[in-house]
Design a protein around this ligand. Structure first.
Ligand SMILES: Nc1ncnc2c1ncn2[C@@H]1O[C@H](COP(=O)(O)OP(=O)(O)OP(=O)(O)O)[C@@H](O)[C@H]1O
Ligand SMILES: [Mg+2]
Length: 390
């Protein structure tokens, strides 16, 4: 038995959820060989026990196939805090981490990104929930293939719907198809709170939250209701989209939400017949913006027709075609997001105290003098200042 034989056997062991092997990832070290006995260590990025077990089983089988008698595979997993280290108001304390997916502009691919990142995180061993907080235009049920499923109600709580190994809830699952509601500020705030408090989410590692476009009541309410661990901005490469994305990144800063990165979506086009990638809107144009906000582009996702059909047919590309180029990029982006979340928790987590309404009890922030005599807001309306009243 030689080190070359050991390495080439271990090159057949794929990292669970990826198409790359553990040697190519650079995870294998400390190979020690005594005759036909082999020991080695594998540094992994996931704290999920099933990932460690699968690597151990696959590595042992591959080494035995090339003549190893006794195999010791030591797995070094990161130490994940049992609970999130975040502080402040949290109306969904069974959820350890919250990931807010935002964009300044509509239609850039937030929902598509939320679905595929959620599925990628689940494929990497995390317990994941997906909340469609886009109450005006809920698209998640269709994208997750659950448009016809109504959730079970338990007392005055609602059970999330399970699809592709994750828990899902959306206003679209609670309303009749095609129905619309006219939302006012206060109703949006209530809906977001109920999504967090009255849905029976399990003990989740992470809840991925697909936001409506822009920077409004829904974003502020979410940040005030739970400590949002990290924010992800989705943009397309055109200049006009970048202008709006700056606003989204600025909102994260104002809400004290650490930025997990930027997804540059519709970045190039992969022709389905040839697999050749073309530049259409420009690629990599978001890099200066990422630098400005001290963050990075964690994925450039091309326009790929199967991403669109996957969304329309409820068959997300990361689940149904995990070896496609886009799925691999979503997997890498999810791994990067998780690494950021672990780092944030290791450094004490987040605290949403700073974004709570500061008005003393009994005094409405709406009584703050305004430049012009504005009519008093109606009882169930927000004053529109983001003060958190009502
Ligand atoms: N990379 C991509 N390749 C092909 N189609 C895509 C890609 N990303 C998104 N799409 C398609 O573009 C449309 C808009 O995407 P999506 O609904 O995810 O955007 P959004 O930002 O959530 O929109 P809204 O602001 O309306 O909520 C969808 O039909 C989706 O399938
Ligand atoms: Mg959407």
């Amino acid at each position: 038995m030689t080190e070359e034989i050991v390495k080439s056997a271990l090159k057949k062991v794929l990292y669970p959820g990826f198409t790359k092997d553990i040697v190519t990832f650079g995870f294998v070290n400390n190979i020690v060989i005594h005759g036909h006995d082999v020991s080695f260590a594998v540094d992994i990025t996931s704290s999920a026990p099933e990932v460690a077990q699968q690597i151990q089983d696959d590595a042992t089988a591959e080494l035995k196939a090339v003549g190893a008698a006794h195999v010791v595979c030591q797995i070094n997993a990161p130490k994940m805090p049992k609970e999130s280290s975040s502080k402040g108001k949290n109306i969904a304390p069974q959820v350890k981490n919250f990931l807010m997916v935002s964009s300044g502009k509509g239609g850039v691919g937030k929902s598509t990104t939320s679905v595929n990142i959620a599925i990628a995180l689940a494929a990497q061993g995390k317990k994941v929930g997906l909340l469609d907080a886009d109450i005006y235009g809920p698209n998640i049920p269709r994208m997750m293939g659950i448009a016809d499923i109504k959730p079970e109600v338990n007392g005055n709580k609602v059970l999330p719907i399970k699809a592709y190994g994750i828990e899902v809830m959306s206003m679209g699952s609670l309303m009749e198809p095609g129905q619309s509601l006219i939302w006012r500020g206060a109703m949006i705030m209530k809906a977001i709170e109920q999504f967090l408090r009255d849905i029976l989410w399990s003990e989740l590692d992470v809840l991925v939250i697909d936001m409506p476009p822009g920077t409004g009541d829904a974003q502020l309410t979410l940040a005030q209701s739970v400590p949002v661990t990290a924010g992800l901005t989705v943009t397309t490469p055109q200049g006009v989209s970048l202008d709006d994305s700056r606003r989204s990144l600025d909102m994260f800063r104002k809400l004290h939400i650490p930025i997990a990165g930027i997804i540059e979506n519709m970045s190039g086009f992969i022709a389905p017949d040839t697999g050749v990638e073309y530049d259409i809107f420009g690629k990599g144009t978001s890099t200066p913006m990422a630098n400005e906000f001290d963050t990075k582009i964690i994925a450039e996702i091309p326009i790929e027709p199967s991403i669109r059909t996957g969304g329309d047919e409820g068959k997300p590309i990361t689940f149904v075609n995990p070896t496609s180029e886009s799925a691999k990029r979503y997997m890498a982006a999810a791994a990067s997001v998780w690494a950021t979340i672990e780092e944030i928790n290791a450094n004490g987590g987040v605290d949403n105290q700073a974004v709570q309404p500061t008005t003393p009890p009994g005094v409405s922030a709406c009584s703050t003098p305004k430049p012009q005599a504005a009519p008093a807001p109606k009882s169930e309306e927000s004053c529109g200042t983001g003060c958190g009243c009502h």
